[in-house]
Design a binder for this molecule. Structure first.
Ligand code: ZN
Length: 291
């Protein structure tokens, strides 16, 4: 049986960048920032386990914490782009997104020098049928892969017909595989049994689902393909300041925060982890002269 690899990705942003936090909290948000402490805790744990990962970093984090991003590079992790300020693609357009990607690349060059950035993850998995134009922009701006199409329907996002494994989205229909496609899609983990799709990509799902079921689903996926998980710095900081939200948003934001670090302790030794780009290279998805 072919042995597949696993990837852990981290979306490096602060607590107030979450779509579920009302914007008025941003005014004094910096006083309770968790991006540095949360990321340091993540990096420390990865180092202890000898795991290399992918960090989709916000441009404003590159600007404000260049030493933190430098540490990621120095410790062998991959840097990807999570946009400049966490604006979902739903609120952007082709032109503005193109400028945003260029601004991000210029900032990385200024703060970090010649660091390869070939992967992108949209804030709030906002790449869906409404924003499929973004794939074209990513291709034009030299990105090799995307990890923003969420192949299940949940409350805020999702393309339930999209493939659950790595594929090349067609220009006409982002849920259809086109072998000639220029850009590779590496979606976060979704387990599926017949018509049922269960998100097990990390974040809320890692916190809320029974851990045995979560792990069993990952084992199941790995028999046929690699998987990618995601997490945020705020999820590694259970002691963070909490704000009052409506009951559903509060549940999604804060449920089982205290379990995350311990769950990672059990996940890291269980699988063979490499950055997302390495999985794509090793499994032959980044072939071709354009990359
Ligand atoms: Zn994000």
């Amino acid at each position: 049986m072919k042995h597949h690899l696993a990837a852990f990705s981290f979306d490096i942003e602060d607590w107030y960048h979450s779509q579920l936090i009302p914007s008025h909290h941003r005014e004094d948000a910096g006083d309770h920032s968790v991006v540095r402490e949360g990321t340091e805790r993540i990096l420390e744990q990865l180092r202890r386990h000898g795991v290399r990962a992918t960090f989709f970093v916000l441009g404003e984090v590159v600007r404000d914490h260049p030493d933190l991003v430098r540490r990621m590079v120095d410790e062998g992790h991959e840097i990807g782009c999570h946009g400049m300020h966490h604006q979902p693609l739903w609120d952007s357009n082709r032109e503005a997104f193109c400028q945003e990607l260029r601004q991000f690349r210029a900032l990385v060059r200024e703060k970090l020098g010649d660091v390869q950035v070939t992967g992108f993850r949209a804030p709030t998995f906002s790449l869906d049928r409404r924003t499929a134009w973004a794939l074209e922009v990513l291709r034009e701006e030299g990105f090799a892969y995307d990890s923003s199409i969420f192949p299940a329907k949940v409350r805020m996002y999702g393309v339930p017909e999209a493939p659950v494994g790595i594929y090349r989205p067609s220009r006409e229909d982002l849920a259809r595989h086109d072998p000639a496609g220029q850009l590779v899609e590496f979606p976060v983990a979704i387990a599926h049994w017949g018509p049922l799709r269960l998100p097990v990509g990390g974040g809320f799902y890692l916190r809320a689902l029974p851990f045995g079921m979560f792990r069993w689903s990952l084992d199941h996926i790995l028999r046929s393909r690699p998987f990618a998980l995601y997490l945020h710095p705020r999820e590694a900081r259970p002691e963070q300041k909490r704000v009052s939200l409506d009951p559903v948003d509060g549940f999604i934001t804060y449920v089982n925060l205290h379990t995350v670090v311990e769950k990672l302790e059990r996940l890291y030794p269980r699988y063979q982890w490499v950055p997302m780009r390495e999985i794509l290279e090793r499994e032959g998805h980044l072939r071709g002269p354009s990359v």
